[in-house]
Unconditional design. Structure first.
Length: 90
């Protein structure tokens, strides 16, 4: 079992994370939900879950998920440099 460090809920049973925003370079950005436009799971049916963090479509990925999309550059947050280059935090 794995507990999310941010929402403190069990990833296997929670629908998703409750953390709605990222803060980078002093600005807040809305996170992209599972299944939304530009998300890896865009267009997946309701009830589908992320293979990495187990978040359900229409809910937020758990931070650290390799499938979460960066709201700034549009690539996987695991490989983007936005957070590191802006010295931001989640």
């Amino acid at each position: 079992m794995s507990v999310c460090a941010y929402c403190k809920r069990e990833k296997e049973t929670a629908k998703g994370c409750i953390r709605m925003q990222l803060e980078m370079n002093g600005e807040r950005f809305e996170r992209i939900k599972v299944g939304e436009n530009s998300d890896y799971y865009e267009g997946e049916p309701s009830g589908s879950r992320c293979l990495d963090c187990n978040a359900q479509v229409s809910y937020y990925h758990h931070p650290g998920c390799s499938y979460e999309t960066c709201p700034l550059c549009g690539v996987s947050r695991a490989s983007c440099t936005c957070e590191r280059s802006t010295n931001g935090s989640i």
